[in-house]
Design a protein around this ligand. Sequence first.
Ligand SMILES: *Cc1c(COP(=O)(O)O)cnc(C)c1O
Length: 457
Amino acid sequence: MKKTDKSMFFLDPKDMPTKWYNVLPDLPKPLPPDLHPGTGKPVTPDDLKKLFPMALITQEFSPERYIEIPDEVRTAYQLWRPTVLHRAYRLEKALDTPAKIYYKYEGTSPAGSHKPNTAIAQAYYNKAEGIKRISTETGAGQWGCSLAFAGALFGIEIKVYMVAVSYKQKPYRRIMMEAWGAKCVPSPSPDTKTGRDMLAKDPNYPGSLGFAISEAVEDAASREDTHYSLGSVLNHVLLHQTIIGEEARLQMEMAGFYPDTIIGCVGGGSNFAGMFLPFIRDKISGKRKNTRIICAEPESCPSLTKGLYAYDFGDVAGLTPLLKMYTLGHDFTPPPVHAGGLRYHGMAPIVSHLYDLGLIEAKAVPQIATFQAGIQFARTEGILSAPETMHAIRVTIDEALKCRESGEAKTILLCHSGHGHVDMAAYEAYLSGKLEDYAYPAEKVKEALATLPKIPA
Ligand SMILES: *Cc1c(COP(=O)(O)O)cnc(C)c1O
């Protein structure tokens, strides 16, 4: 490789990868199948037909290593892709580290994160199969915005169930969704039976991602013209995100280095898997055995570092298939002090499996140190990062500081998942000293064990 000292690496749109990378055929052991909650048997494509278009169901189980990105999707990607790979010279200097830090910035999409990479693909395949309407859930609103944007491009009506506490406290992303033409309601909502039952039981229930998923799934299952869409966790979502890592491979080659360490934040696992899967095939094949892949998660929602690897539901009501994943229990509600996103109770089955196999690592980081890292990044590299992304920045800085100690000039590749322009309330809480640290207690993980579903024999 030819080494260069440039600070930005651009790919020409005509050199944008034409295929997504599917890790399933390359896994050293097969992925444990999703199970039908009623029968305990592996889920079949037929079981999913009510909720997803056939193209996505095929991708979910596909044995093909590469999957062609449709022209319409590539054209839509070109509104902001290929994204730039940066060398963080200023941050390196501030840390006085010999490490070389590269970051791929996904915040230039219209919604401000990596999420449109899959929203566009999902809207496209639904449209191609004649679907008129898609229901989904959203937490702070990033996924709802991304699907609303994709719905606008492909002429599909979008209905978003937004976790009630965020709906009240964070109006701006709701307004963005409405500007793109989506309908957004607080969850629990009176629009579904699940929502109505909860409102009757507890009108002040603040909602959770798992609960909003139940409402969105019920909505889609009850209408012929409607499908459901999920913004993370599932195999096909991770597949679409591999555009990030496929581009990054070409750009690291332009930079003249192969990463020693790859770092990203994990909520459901999609942005980081999108980055690391195209690299992990070199690790699995033995060509790059020593590459470290580190998942950064919050101490207050530590599914990989403290969760259980077990079959669990993806939602609160138990409407989804059972997924084998690291989980904090499907009725997990994040502590109210937590401001940094990444709140989902589970982790993508692919990420969970790779973690279980010891091919990737995980670090849980406390909230205040996370924001400190985000602020240092803003004051050196300029970008006001999403609080989610700051978890990965924290781990990146820690690894770079270890290089200062050891004198090693390692190459670190950071997946920068998005900007934080709509998260100024969290920035303010940090800057005015109102944030607290909260490590999720081990007893709570034990309690969650009791709620894990029994698998029918
Ligand atoms: C949604 C989101 C995440 C977490 O989701 P993953 O599926 O783990 O990628 C991380 N960063 C940003 C900016 C997000 O919007």
